[in-house]
Write a protein that binds this ligand. Sequence first.
Ligand code: SF4
Length: 341
Amino acid sequence: MSIPEKLKKVYEILEKPFAGEPLTMEETELLWGLEANSPEAFLLRCAGLRRALELSGGVAEIHAQIGLDAGPCVKNCAFCSFAKCNNPAGELKITPMAAVLDYARAFREAGANLLLLMSSAAFPFERLLEAAQRVRETVGPDMPLLVNTGDVTFEQALSLRRAGFNGAYHASRMSEGVLTDIPPETREQTMKNLVRAGLPLSFCVEPVGEEHTARQFAEKIALHLEYDPLTGGVGRRIPVKGTGVEDRRKLDQAEQARLIAIYRLLDGKTALAGSANATLAANSGANLCWAECGFNPRDFSGRTETDGVGRSVEYIAKIYAETGWELRNGPSPGWNMTTAR
Ligand code: SF4
């Protein structure tokens, strides 16, 4: 049987990262343009998985997110259910503190490796500090606690650190400044502030839609890697009904898996990459996934774990079990667990 030339060419490209050679933009564009269920794309997904196993030692994690509020957020990201532009008459909706603590306890008992408190830019900052302190008292000193909130100054980042956070999720999103009211420079300055305050970063290149290019994708990865994040990854855009992007096409599972595999070949440093929210994704190199509860920017539920898009720790653990990943037992390592002064 003769092997088609294109398959041979893709194979040669895919071997480069394993030999320590970066992909060129032209090669990245070729991979980006592969039909998602073609033989070449299957080869790509296989390389993504191999690379992920090599970088991580075969260990996967589940990070658990608690949504603290649902805006309305004046930053107006068109893809977000919290945005004021998608909630013209909305009032600030907040998860009660008792519920936040119940969620934190339940996630810890379910075996989550890390907790993440997520708030919109409309959430009162003092309340975010209080939430960190209360959750810390509830889950003990060894559970990494991350914050995902609006853009912050260096002084605010220091306050977050002192309140008990051990890291932060932050990203300059795809189409930042176009589909959002936030200049990309503001997001980058926040990442600098967070890292300088002692909060290592978690990020994801998201939300990816079909209008985005290989170059934009590769540039976003390179930008975030400058901050030495502990986790990376890629997420497709969910066109939530009732938001400004509801008419855009959602990339399918095979396209998302292709993105993950390309991500894995472009980022040779980060051991954990999301999002392993389906077996196809986990089997293409994703070994990080977020369990979600409370408010979620990808639905209008308020209890995303019951009638929204949120997934449980148990659901994600099953994905890993079915795809050969070993789920870490215990806290996610590497975060800044020292006591801040
Ligand atoms: S994505 Fe974040 S900043 Fe943008 S509208 Fe939603 S909560 Fe606000």
